[in-house]
Design a protein around this ligand. Structure first.
Ligand SMILES: [Zn+2]
Length: 197
């Protein structure tokens, strides 16, 4: 195990993983949603895809021991451990400036879409304008058969974590979601941490 790396509140960070390396994301304060992406390190056009994963495995998300798939339906990240009650989201787009404008925010608001772009640019892998649907770790968005989606605060506890194993050389990006205008992050966005091993 290595030292914990901080993903500051409202910011994103990209991390390269070699095949078979693992990463553990810690919800340090328990209440923070982390938008998560993974890209084939050799081809950013191949990325972890929520819709390809759901339609291939016939459920909303993989269980522990199962993998998220890419848009080429190849395993990219396997969930090795989940210490939370297992409440996460695979349905909702990353937040963006337009989302905050719809909520009534005037001006520029930090957002996960721009965090993804900035994190990839920071490691010399620009991909701006392409934002796959993220795996929204810790996000509590219950849905019902009457077609309603609800927004509730995360049910994870401080120190809860998810661990993934990389099934190919990949780049993962984490964004500490800056949403501060609804219940998504149970109030103010906070730091999270991760380690690679
Ligand atoms: Zn967000």
């Amino acid at each position: 195990m290595n030292d914990l790396i901080r993903v500051p509140a409202r910011e994103g960070k990209a991390q390269a993983l070699a095949q078979n390396e693992s990463v553990r994301i810690v919800n340090t304060h328990g209440s923070q949603v982390v938008d998560t992406w993974a890209f084939n390190a050799n081809d950013l056009g191949e990325f972890m895809s929520m819709e390809h994963t759901r339609s291939t495995i016939d459920k909303m998300m993989p269980d522990v021991g199962e993998a998220f798939l890419t848009n080429k339906r190849r395993a990219i990240l396997t969930i090795m451990e989940d210490t939370t009650p297992g409440v996460h989201d695979t349905l909702n787009a990353a937040c963006d400036v337009h989302r905050y404008h719809l909520l009534g925010y005037d001006g520029y608001h930090d957002n996960c879409t721009d965090n993804l772009a900035a994190a990839l640019e920071a490691i010399g892998k620009p991909n701006r304008g392409r934002t796959p649907c993220p795996f929204n770790m810790f996000m509590n968005r219950p849905w019902s058969t009457d077609k309603q989606l609800y927004k509730e605060a995360p049910v994870s506890k401080p120190g809860d974590s998810l661990t993934f194993r990389a099934e190919m050389d990949c780049i993962v990006v984490f964004s500490s979601c800056p949403q501060d205008m609804n219940a998504t992050n149970a109030g103010l966005p906070k730091d999270v941490h991760y380690e690679v091993f």
